[in-house]
Design a protein around this ligand. Structure first.
Ligand SMILES: *[C@@H]1O[C@H](CO)[C@@H](O)[C@H](O)[C@H]1NC(C)=O
Ligand SMILES: *[C@@H]1O[C@H](CO)[C@@H](O)[C@H](O)[C@H]1NC(C)=O
Ligand SMILES: *[C@@H]1O[C@H](CO)[C@@H](O)[C@H](O)[C@H]1NC(C)=O
Ligand SMILES: *[C@@H]1O[C@H](CO)[C@@H](O)[C@H](O)[C@H]1NC(C)=O
Ligand SMILES: *[C@@H]1O[C@H](CO)[C@@H](O)[C@H](O)[C@H]1NC(C)=O
Length: 511
C-alpha cells in the first residue's frame, strides 16, 4: 500500500473514534441528568436494572410524576381529563379498607387540578334549593354560608331524609370553595362551565315532591309542577345545556315520583336515582344514570355491634304492603302483582315462626328507633320489593349490621361496579322466596362462621352508605361523585366515537 492510500484511512479511523467518544460522552451526560424531560431518570435505572418487572412497578408508583407515559396514558391525548385518576381512585378507594386514597385531599386545600371531578353548579334562585328547606338569605344571596357547620340550614327530618342526597351533594359543592373546610378532595366546584366535567342542577326535587305537590289555596298549579316547568325553561335557554344537549348535566331525582312532569324532557341528563322502577328505559338506564343509596333512617350501630349469639331474631321485616303513594300514571294492578303480593305471601309463610319478626306498618316517629333495635338484634333483614324495587330498608339493615336478604328481582344497587354485594347480602329470587320452606331452610342453613364473614364485611363497607356534613373519606357523597365520574368518562367515550365521521367539524375549521 502506498503512503497516499494510508493517510485517508487513518484520518477516517481517527474521525470515527473521536465521534464515537463524543457520542458516548453525550449519552452518558444525557442519561445522568435525571430531570431531563424526554428521558426520565427512571428509564436509566430501568436499563441498568435489567428490565425486571418488579423494579419497573415499584418505581412507577413512587415516581409516577417522572413516568408520565406510564401513570396516565390518557394525559397525552387530553390533558384536561381526569380519566387515569378516576381509575386509580376507583380501584384503590373502594375496594381496600385503606381509605387514605380517597381522603388524600383532606387536610390540604382542594384545588381543581387535584380533584377527580370539576363541577359547575348553576346559580339557581333559592326557591329551587335552600328556599325549600326554609332558608332565607340576605337580598340577592343565592347560597347559604357553609363555613360554620352548626349554622347550615337543616333538611327536614323523618322520612324526608331518605331522599336527602340532593342536599348533601349541594352542600358538598359549596364547601369545596370554602376556605378552612376539611373534606375529601373528590369533587370541586368550578366557576367557569367550560372547565367543568359535569354541570350540576341544584334542584331539591324530592323535597319539592314531598312538600309541595298538593295544591295550596287557590293555586292552579302546584309549586312542585311550577318549579319543574321553570327548570326546563331555564335549562333549555342555557349555553351549557345546548353544548351537549344536556348529556353532561347531573339531576338528582331520588324520590321515585320526583321530576315526574319533566323527566322525559330532561332525559338526556345523568339522573341520580333510587331505582329505575318508574322510568322507561330510554329515559333512565344503568348506562348513563347513577343509583344512590337512600339515607338510612335508623341510627348507625357504632362500636358494640351484636354478634351472632346476641341476635335472637332470625329474620326481621317491618313494612307496609303499599309503601309509597302511587302516582295515577302507574298501573296499580301490576305493582300489586310484583311487590305487594310477594310481601303478603311471605307474611303467610313466615308469620307463625317463633324467631321471625314480620309485621306491617310504616315506621314513623317512635317506630324508627324500635326498628333500629329490631334490626340490630336480628341475624337477617328482609328487603322485599314493594311498590318500587328499592327501599331504604336495605340501608337501614346495613346501618344495623344485619345481613340483608334481598328479594327484589328488579333492584339496582348503588356502586355495584366497585362493591360486590354478594359478600354481605343474600339474594333470593322472588319465585323461590314464595316456595314453602325455601327461605327459612336457606337462612337456617347459614351457620355462624359464614354469617360472621358477611357481618365483618358489612362493618367494613357501612361507611360507604353515610351522608354527612362535611363529607368524610369513602362516604356516600364521595362514592356518588366517583360514580358520576365513571359515567362521564363512558359518556365522553360514546360522544367521541360518534364524532369520528363528523365531517362538518373538519369543514368548519378549514374555512
Ligand atoms: C439480568 O438478567 C439475567 C438473565 O435474566 C440474570 O441472570 C441477571 O441476574 C440479571 N441482572 C440483574 C442486575 O438483574
Ligand atoms: C361566612 O361566615 C364566616 C363566619 O362563620 C365569616 O368569617 C365569612 O366571612 C362568611 N363568608 C361570607 C361569604 O359571608
Ligand atoms: C359557629 O356557630 C355557632 C352557633 O351559632 C357558634 O357558637 C360558634 O362560635 C361558631 N363557630 C365559628 C368557628 O364561628
Ligand atoms: C372559561 O374557560 C375557557 C376555557 O378554559 C376560557 O376560554 C374562557 O375565557 C373562560 N371564561 C372566563 C369568564 O374566565
Ligand atoms: C316512644 O316509645 C316509648 C317506649 O317505647 C314511649 O314511652 C313513648 O311515649 C313513645 N313516644 C311517642 C312520641 O310515641
Amino acid at each position: 500500500m502506498s503512503e497516499k492510500n494510508m493517510q485517508p484511512s487513518r484520518f477516517l479511523f481517527c474521525l470515527i473514534s473521536i465521534s464515537m467518544f463524543i457520542l458516548i460522552l453525550s449519552s452518558v451526560f444525557l442519561l445522568q441528568s435525571s430531570n431531563s424531560s424526554f428521558i426520565p431518570g427512571s428509564v436509566f435505572r430501568l436499563i441498568l436494572a435489567n428490565n425486571t418487572l418488579a423494579y419497573f412497578q415499584t418505581n412507577s408508583i413512587s415516581n409516577s410524576d417522572r413516568l408520565p407515559y406510564l401513570s396516565s396514558p390518557t394525559s397525552l391525548i387530553d390533558t384536561r381529563r381526569p380519566k387515569s385518576r378516576t381509575r386509580e381512585r376507583a380501584c384503590l378507594g373502594s375496594y381496600s379498607n385503606k381509605m387514605g386514597a380517597l381522603g388524600e385531599g383532606s387536610g390540604k386545600v382542594c384545588d381543581s387540578n387535584q380533584a377527580l371531578l370539576k363541577v359547575f353548579m348553576y346559580d339557581l334562585p333559592p326557591e329551587f334549593h335552600f328556599g325549600l328547606v326554609g332558608w332565607k338569605g340576605e337580598r340577592g344571596q343565592i347560597w347559604p354560608n357553609v363555613s360554620n357547620a352548626s349554622r347550615i340550614p337543616l333538611y327536614p327530618g323523618g322520612l324526608n331524609l331518605q331522599h336527602s342526597m340532593e342536599y348533601w351533594l349541594t352542600l358538598d359543592l359549596l364547601t369545596s370553595n370554602t376556605p378552612g373546610m376539611v373534606r375529601p378532595c373528590i369533587a370541586i366546584r368550578v366557576m367557569n362551565s367550560s372547565q367543568a366535567d359535569v354541570i350540576f342542577v341544584p334542584f331539591f326535587s324530592s323535597l319539592s315532591y314531598n312538600r309541595h305537590s298538593k295544591l295550596q289555596g287557590r293555586e292552579k298549579v302546584s309549586v312542585n309542577k311550577m318549579l319543574q316547568n321553570k327548570l326546563v325553561d331555564f335549562l333549555m335557554s342555557q349555553d351549557e345545556w345546548k353544548r351537549k344537549g344536556g348529556k353532561d348535566h347531573l339531576i338528582v331525582a331520588h324520590h321515585p315520583n320526583s321530576m315526574l312532569d319533566v323527566r322525559r324532557k330532561l332525559g338526556s341528563a345523568i339522573y341520580v336515582l333510587a331505582d329505575f322502577g318508574r322510568y322507561p328505559v330510554e329515559i333512565a338506564n344503568i348506562k348513563k344514570d347513577v343509583i344512590a343509596p337512600y339515607r338510612h333512617v335508623v341510627r348507625t350501630v357504632r362500636g358494640d355491634s351484636a354478634p351472632f349469639e346476641r341476635r335472637p331474631t332470625l329474620v326481621y321485616f317491618q313494612g307496609a304492603i303499599y309503601r309509597k303513594d302511587i302516582g295515577e300514571k302507574f298501573d296499580e294492578s301490576s305493582i300489586l302483582r310484583q311487590g305487594g303480593a310477594i310481601r303478603q305471601e311471605l307474611y303467610y309463610l313466615l308469620k307463625d315462626e317463633k324467631d321471625v319478626h314480620f309485621t306491617f306498618g310504616s315506621i314513623r316517629g317512635n317506630g324508627t328507633s324500635r326498628t333500629g333495635q329490631g334490626m340490630a338484634s336480628s341475624k337477617f333483614c328482609l328487603n322485599i320489593a314493594g311498590d318500587t324495587p328499592s327501599s331504604n330498608r336495605l340501608f337501614d339493615a346495613i346501618a344495623s349490621h344485619c345481613v340483608p336478604v334481598v328479594i327484589s328481582d328488579e333492584i339496582e344497587l348503588p356502586f355495584e361496579d366497585v362493591l360486590d354485594y354478594s359478600k354481605f347480602c343474600i339474594f333470593v329470587q322472588a319465585s323461590d322466596a314464595v316456595k314453602e320452606g325455601f327461605l327459612l331452610n336457606l337462612l337456617r342453613g347459614i351457620k355462624r362462621e359464614k354469617w360472621n364473614e358477611m357481618w365483618e364485611r358489612l362493618k367494613e363497607i357501612v361507611h360507604h352508605f353515610e351522608y354527612q356534613y362535611p363529607s368524610q373519606p369513602g362516604d356516600s357523597i364521595g362514592m356518588i361523585w366517583e360514580a358520576v365520574s365513571r359515567k362521564i368518562s363512558s359518556i365522553r367515550f360514546r360522544l367521541h366515537r360518534q364524532n369520528r365521521f363528523r365531517r362538518s367539524q373538519l369543514m368548519g375549521r378549514t374555512k
